[in-house]
Design a protein around this ligand. Sequence first.
Ligand code: E4P
Length: 217
Amino acid sequence: MKFFVDTAIIAEIKELNDYGLLDGVTTNPSLIAKSGRNFKEVIAEICEVVDGPVSAEVAAMDYDGMVAEGEHLAQIADNVVIKLPLTLDGLKACRHFTAKGIKTNVTLCFAANQALLAAKAGATYISPFVGRLDDLNIDGMTLIHEIREIYDNYGFETQILAASIRSANHVKDAAIAGADVATIPASVIKGLANHTLTDKGLDQFAKDWAATGQSIL
Ligand code: E4P
């Protein structure tokens, strides 16, 4: 499973990239607002840091507006992925960009039938929002399983990008469900390395090593 980081904060992206843990980046209007930075500048900067796909979301709600904005955003860098909402106009715009060879990420997916439509529109990625379904007491991970089954039934090549991932268990469960990618907050990605028994074992090894009085170099 590929890891994308869900952020518009350059320092977070650089840190994860340096660890070799990053396959791509997703942003959304809320994350851009949180960064306090100019949208197009921040996307250009992310694309310089990361080789993989970088999702930039259109703000328009209508087909013509989405096409105009998406074509503008696609010029920023070759690895920009146009993020489009799962609406009828968004699906039509997805079809337009796919025909032009521009990658797309269809976002705000909360139902398997929506994911079916995105695949039929030729989306590169579909983003089902796991955490936001969990917030409503609906099991978000069931949606990932359903989409996996549907896409496998028909050989759709659209990649399942598990989104709204909030915890280490979400990451593990998305991997078990067969998501192609998970987009994850930086803190959650770094937290995946943590285990209390790792810390305990390391403390003991450090004490025992010190008692030997040896040095390796
Ligand atoms: C996905 O592309 C979205 O940016 C993101 O995963 C939404 O997560 P949230 O529900 O935690 O805001």
